[in-house]
Structure formats: structure tokens, C-alpha cells
Write a protein that binds this ligand. Sequence first.
Ligand code: NAD
Length: 415
Amino acid sequence: MSELNPYEVAVRRLEEAGRLLSISSDVIRILKHPRRVIMVSLPVRMDDGRIEVFKGYIVLHNSWRGPYKGGIRYHPQVNLDEIKALAMWMTWKCAVVDIPYGGAKSGIECNPKAMSKSEIEKLTRRFTATIIDDIGPFKYVPAPDVYTDEQVMAWIMDTYSTIKGYSVPEVVTGKPLSLGGSPGRGEATGFGVAICIREAAKILDLDLTRLTVAIQGFGNVGFNAAVSLAEMGAKIVAVSDSQAGIYSPEGIEPKKLYEFKAKTGSVKGFPGSREIGRDEVLTVECDVLIPAALENQITSKNAGEVKAKIVGEGANGPTTPEADAILNRNGVLVIPDILANAGGVTVSYFEWVQNLTRERWAEEEVKAKLEQKMVKSFYEVYNAAKKHNVSMRTAAMMVAVGRVTDAFEKAGLFP
Ligand code: NAD
């Protein structure tokens, strides 16, 4: 399946869940296709005076359970099949943690690293104005994704509010705190990954304080997962970033490593650690592995070498279907991405609720609600896995596709 494009892989996973749940092929045929695909061209005057025309895609996959939800990606390799797959994935992710959203994703083909801040702002505002009737608090609520951040969300909110004539913070999540962002959003995904790993250790009867952890990628997700797991008593022994891998059997203090990386630009050379190959982090001696960088990292080539007993997928799609089969055969407990990294979208939902109700919750309240949601979702998936004798990944898909289908069956088909 890994030879297929990401959309084909997503469809195969849907078909498998549909078969196991005996869902009618009519419903699966509806779910295979996004509800709407919008392609836009975005002319932007660049700093040197010329006009560049960017391509943008908006894929609205499904809204049976609530408004469309999903990030906006700015990347040179954005393509429609990737955005279609990610939009479908969002439908399942929101359903698996039972938040009342559907799934969507957007992307603009651009290289933000080669653009000035003012060019990115103009592109973002032009994009927002172009899709002004397709987004909205009860239509499609975007959020940050690869190379978009809270500043981009602030520009989207401001453009939308300016055109509508009143302040609409609930049109987008992942905003700065001063514009209605939620406390705890930054740490949410990594914290959610750590909660899932804590629960996985419990069901495997492992003592978390004796477990060693290897983390691929030391950005938002990897760093925050490391901090939470270290606070829970686990020992971080290996970390990698795009430049290098480091290993220290005595343990790596995540906050110190963060400061070191902030100064030097990489984890490479962190005092007290020895350098290992960047990809060796995936196969190093450890109990828990967290891929938190890119997709397709655990493949048929290295899956057999994975030593960890638990893999918590911080990244989206880090394990290829072939590798997944190998890990399952070897008895590795894989906590799938749509469950493990759903903490981010869950706190996005909390942000939207706070905006709609014009309330502000304290960080402790957000964290407590997130923890409750992650634990409940974890056991719903785990119990489904036991009941149907399938992997956690298949079980997560079954829970999600079951919930989405149930919503359709209750609502019926118009007309
Ligand atoms: P980020 O940009 O903050 O961090 C990515 C990290 O990966 C960086 O440290 C980078 O150096 C490292 N990296 C890149 N290539 C690598 C390689 N080949 N080997 C090792 N490390 C490498 O990104 P992030 O927000 O932490 O997201 C990471 C993953 O998690 C992505 O797949 C993203 O889609 C997914 N995710 C993120 C969130 C979120 O809330 N941030 C939510 C759900 C899923």
C-alpha cells in the first residue's frame, strides 16, 4: 500500500474499517469522496513589484458530525491527493476523540521560507478573502499546519472579521492568546501523545518510571511529548532532528536540550550525549518510540529493527502500511496517529468553544479536560481492539468510521 499515493492509502483504510463493521457499500462510497474540492489561484504582488500567482486547494471531506475542521498547509510540494488524504484523516481524528467536527484540509503551493513576512501576510489575506464564503465558525474552521502558525491564523481572523464587519475569533483556531487563542494549545499534541503512552504502559503492565524513550523530531510535538513524559518519570534516551541523532543512556533533560538547540540550531553535540545516525533513533534500544517528525519514517526496511514495545505516533502517517504489519507481527503496540496526536485538534475545539461562549478557561482547566478526553478515547479504541481482535490502528478507524456512519444514518440522505 505504501507505493500508493496517500489518498489511496486513506481509502484502503476506510474500506477495511467498513468491511469489519459491515457498513453498507453506499455509505463507504460517499465517504471515499470529499464533499467539496475548491481550487483557487491567488495573485500576490511580491516585494520586488512582480505578481506571483499561487495555487491553493481546499478539501472539505465530511461534515455529518459538525463543521469542517482542519489545518492550512503552506508548502512547495502541496498537491491535491495529499490534501484529500489529510482532509479524510481529519474526519476520523475528530470522530475518534468524539469532538463535534467534520474533516477538512487546505494547502497553498508556496515556499514560505523564501518569502518575506509581508508576502506571506498578503498571500494569507488574499486566500481568506477568496474563500470568505467557504470558511466560517459553523462552516469550515481552519487551524495551523506545516509552515503556518498563530500569526497566519491572526491574519485570517482579522481579514474575515474586517470583511464581515465584526470580530469573529471563532472562524479559526490556533490564534495568539491575545486574539482568543486557548491556553495550553502549544503543548496539547505532545501532552496527548504522553497521556496515550502512559495508558499504553498501564495496559502492558509496564512501570512508566522505568521506561526509556526515543523521539524522532524535536519540534512542537517531540519536545512537548518529551517534557510530559519526563515529568511522568520516563527517561528520554535518544532524540533526533533533521540534522542528527543523539543518545544518552543516562537520560536527556528535554528543557536543557531545547535551550541547547535554540542556541546551536540542532540537538547535535548536546553535552553528555553521543552522536548516532539521524535515522538510528528509530531502531535504538528503548521501550517507547515516538516518531514526531515526518510521514513514512518507519518502513518495511527498518520496522523489523524497532526495539520499542510501544510506538506512539506523534507525526501524521509516520508508519507505512507494510511497516505497520511488521510491527504488529512483532507484538509492538502502535498507538495510531489519529488517536495519539489528536490532542491538538481537541484543544482547537476547546478554543472554538471558548470563543463562541466568549469565555476564557484557565490552563489547568484545559489540560484537565484534554487529559480526560485522551484517556476516554484511548480506552474506547483499546476496548474495540480487544473486542474485534484487531490492532489499535484498525480499532481507531472502526471507532471513527462507526461514529461518522451513525451520524449519517440518524440524519438520513437529503432529499
Ligand atoms: P515542527 O516543525 O515543530 O517539528 C518537526 C521536527 O522534526 C523538527 O525538530 C525537525 O528538525 C525534525 N525533523 C525534520 N526532518 C527530520 C528527519 N528526517 N529526522 C528527524 N527529525 C526530523 O513540527 P510539529 O508541529 O512538531 O509536527 C511534527 C509532526 O506532527 C508532523 O507530522 C505534524 O503533521 C504532526 N502533528 C502536529 C500537530 C501539532 O499540533 N503541532 C498535531 C498533529 C500532528
